[in-house]
Ligand binder design. Structure first.
Ligand SMILES: Nc1ncnc2c1ncn2[C@@H]1O[C@H](COP(=O)(O)OP(=O)(O)OP(=O)(O)O)[C@@H](O)[C@H]1O
Ligand SMILES: [Mg+2]
Length: 143
């Protein structure tokens, strides 16, 4: 599915539509360059689940943010500063995946083969200052 967003609010709305299809245990890999809107997209997910969006920011320095919501917990990771899959193992990613929350990961290309095959890929492309192309691929039933 491909969407076009012309504002932050639209990006959040598209994330909200995706949120309606999510279940505990789902993993979302958020692809896109610096400033593409990965964190804004995550904010839309947290809003759709009824969580506190004031807490949502890019966890670049702390690697992991945890947002409780009335139904499930959202784990928000940013691997921008991760240099290898091995480097990422200290985060306890596998344990996180067992928590039955929704796990959202920015810069998934940094963690190599640690990324589960069963996941959703969200690819955000900057078109111009306020427009983004958002491609959503559902690989949750992958082998
Ligand atoms: N249509 C849009 N959707 C999302 N963000 C937009 C849009 N138009 C403009 N922006 C701006 O783009 C920026 C996106 O920032 P955001 O922190 O979400 O990017 P990011 O992909 O998480 O970057 P990083 O890799 O640095 O963490 C914000 O400043 C936001 O206001
Ligand atoms: Mg970010």
């Amino acid at each position: 599915m491909t969407f076009t967003s012309n504002s932050v609010a639209e990006t959040e709305r598209i994330a909200g539509e995706l949120a309606a299809t999510l279940c505990g245990g789902d993993v979302i890999a958020l692809h896109g360059d610096l400033g593409a809107g990965k964190t804004q997209f995550t904010r839309g997910l947290v809003r759709a689940f009824g969580g506190d969006t004031g807490m949502v920011s890019s966890p670049t320095y702390v690697l992991l943010h945890i947002y409780p919501t009335p139904t499930l917990t959202i784990f928000h990771l940013d691997a921008y500063r991760v240099h290898s899959g091995e480097d990422f193992d200290s985060v306890g990613f596998d344990e996180l995946l067992e928590q039955n929350g929704v796990t959202v990961l920015e810069w998934p290309s940094r963690i190599g083969d640690r990324l589960p095959a069963k996941r959703l890929d969200v690819k955000i492309q900057t078109i111009d200052e306020s427009s983004r192309a958002i491609l959503i691929e559902d690989h949750r039933s992958a082998d």
